[in-house]
Design a protein around this ligand. Structure first.
Ligand code: UDP
Length: 333
């Protein structure tokens, strides 16, 4: 099989590309290198069946050509990270909504199966624990920029499911909860790479708010296995699945664990949300996936604990040969 991976040079896309090549498939990565980095996939260049096209997912003619040349599509291209979403809301909305529309239209034209990666953000600030795929979403006001991301991704889901409903286009929606692992950058706000870099540098570990908010972190290798299995399963079509890990940790506890694993000298500094992001910023207090549905369909069981995830991220940061060189500063936000 030849797969198209939009956003293939991103953190998750690069791991997915590697996995598919290891399985004997060919991959075409479509990435505009805005948040994705060529360094993430440099080690794959030269492998049989590997190709990259540097272009935007919002260009219909390019996407049309890519979809025509492949048999199935993993659509990962998206604006990523809370910081980018808050700082560049127009780009966030346009990339998510226009990009997905373009990719879905091309998939509909050629009848290609498509797996769309969505996000646990679509549950919004609902306080229900854990989140089940059919739960109501609770998205905040349009005056709070953060919610544009959740709303845009929810619209992507509606659009994908509408294609399934109207023409039985084989679509699968994977709602990813916090995914971490080697190659993830902290540049767009992601907490684990940021804490690890701060800890290794002996700098203060910056906990936003009071640190009592919790998250569940999944290793990228577990997530990639789930995406591949969902794509392969004939009964996944037209459905939404949570993908993640249900081991819950508070951000303050996470900071303490990272500090002790990285030398134990960093102070832990509480930073008000208004200083970290912007006035009026709303954070989610708890975000726990109910994984019953995906477990029942594909037998999904995350195999890596938070401690293993942290060990893996720290090992990569300590080994420069495994850590991609920084991108040019023009990509900084
Ligand atoms: N966070 C933090 N310090 C940082 C970056 C993030 O305390 O330097 C917090 C953030 O406010 C959130 C959690 O860590 O409560 C996870 O943030 P991330 O941006 O990784 O993902 P989110 O789940 O918010 O999308």
């Amino acid at each position: 099989m030849r797969y198209l991976i939009t956003g293939g040079c991103g953190f998750i896309g690069s791991h997915l590309a590697e996995r598919l090549l290891d399985d004997g498939h060919a991959v075409l990565l479509l990435d505009d290198l805005s948040t994705g980095r060529f360094e993430n996939v440099a080690h794959l260049e030269g492998r049989a069946g590997f190709a990259i096209l540097v272009a935007s997912v919002t260009e219909p003619a390019t996407v049309d050509r890519c979809v025509a040349e492949c048999q199935a599509v993993f659509h990962l291209a998206s604006a990523v990270g809370v910081r980018l979403v808050v700082d560049q809301p127009v780009r966030t909305i346009e990339t998510i909504v226009n990009g997905t529309d373009v990719v879905l239209r091309a998939c509909a034209r050629y009848r290609r199966p498509i797996l769309l990666t969505s996000t646990s953000e679509v549950y919004g600030k609902s306080t229900k624990v854990p989140f089940v795929e059919t739960d109501d979403t609770l998205i905040g006001p349009t005056t709070t920029r953060r919610w544009a991301y959740a709303c845009a991704k929810a619209l992507d889901e509606f659009l994908a499911l509408a294609h399934w409903h109207e023409s039985r286009l084989p679509v699968i929606v994977a709602r990813l909860f916090n995914t971490v692992g080697p190659r993830q950058t902290g540049r767009y706000g992601m907490v684990i790479p940021r804490f690890v870099e701060q800890g290794l540098a002996g700098q203060p570990i910056t906990v936003y708010g009071d640190g009592h908010q919790t998250r569940c972190f999944a290793h990228v290798a577990d997530v990639v296995s789930a995406l591949v299995a969902l794509m392969d399963h004939p009964h996944s079509r037209g459905q939404v699945f949570n993908v993640g890990n249900s081991e819950e940790v508070s951000i303050l506890e996470l900071a303490h664990r990272v500090r002790s694993l990285t030398g134990g000298i960093s102070p832990i500094r509480l930073v008000p949300y208004s200083e970290a992001y912007t006035a009026g910023f709303e954070d989610m207090l708890r975000r726990v996936p109910d994984l019953t549905k995906i477990r029942q369909l594909i037998g999904y069981q995350p195999s890596r604990s938070l401690d293993q995830i942290l060990a893996d991220v720290i090992a990569e940061r300590c080994d420069p040969s495994r850590h991609p060189a920084p991108a040019p500063s023009s990509l900084e936000i």
